[in-house]
Design a protein around this ligand. Sequence first.
Ligand code: 3PG
Length: 395
Amino acid sequence: KTLDDLGDVAGKVALVRVDLNLPMKDGSATDVTRVEASMPTILELADAGAKVLLLAHFGRPKGQRHSTLSTSYVQGDVSRVLGREIMFISEVAGPVVEQSISILRNGDIGLLDNVRFWPGEEANDPEFAKGIAANADFYVNDAFSAAHRAHASTEGLAHLLPAYAGRAMEKELTALDKALGNPEQPVAAVVGGAKVSTKLAVLENLVGRVQHLIIGGGMANTFLAARGVDVGKSLCEHELTATANAIMDKADHAGCTVHLPYDVVVAKEFAANPPSLRTCNVHEVAADEMILDIGPQATEALADVLKTCRTLVWNGPLGAFETEPFDTATVALARTAAALTQDGSLVSVAGGGDTVAALNHAGVAKEFTYVSTAGGAFLEWMEGKELPGVAALTC
Ligand code: 3PG
């Protein structure tokens, strides 16, 4: 159910689970994308006359109050993004919340404190959830990025109150369904990042579902090593070469082409524009060199692959993109994907902290069909797992 299924909400108390786990610096948020994502839900409910209670976690305080992890720290940022005054409420249940609700007028917004201050949250304790539910008329989950947690605020509450998906949740699920649930084929997946070990389940799920699996970043080195390539002193999980071979075999049988680079950018040290920088064939990496990006020929070949595809799912950069010039392949391929999306020939969905940073760096995040606000939840979705927060809304 979505907000479209709600009747008249005037005067009702809406408990809205949002993700306010924002990156902070010097007391204010450095990225408010998650607040912006939930803004349509919050304002729609407030403008319809509901009393809106925002419920969120902030950091990992492990079941006790922590002076620097109160949601009051993000109150200013949330208020600024929404363009509304917000009342901070230092509890999530009990008489303080009850009294605060009586002060709120219809259309006002309250911000409850960090739900992870109470151990019942992560334990998904029904008694804890009941205490929160007692003050509300209905529950809206607009935090896809926390939906991989089976916690009281993400899962338990959905069983205790009439439960609805918020606009951001709805948008996210629609985009993800277009990308892997029911995609237009052929589908390409870009999986990059440092380590195969953190993305094994992702790779295993994708090989059976996509036609092209593009592997980049440090992960590609492990796959190259599995194919017998000497990767010099590159980041490489040698202990996972048998696993990498098994994934490539599985891909072969499933009709999925695994794309590994055949030229690479290498250097003797990891620094910006190092003097030892050069581009070479993967078979020419010297013992004292490390692979830091994929090369121009491989990048062009991957662009050609994307041109034949209708759907793209992207998680993880192709090279060490935070350091120049090892952002080159990631930026080039992101721009190709963005241009194909704008032409209408590609549905492009990306997610994960590094990926969003890389797309922003390439200046194309807004040109993708959808960029997820989620980190861990996006990965678990790519692993093919059912997310408890989503499942609870649909049962
Ligand atoms: C996130 O930042 O990815 C979500 O808010 C989930 O946070 P968590 O990993 O602490 O559960």
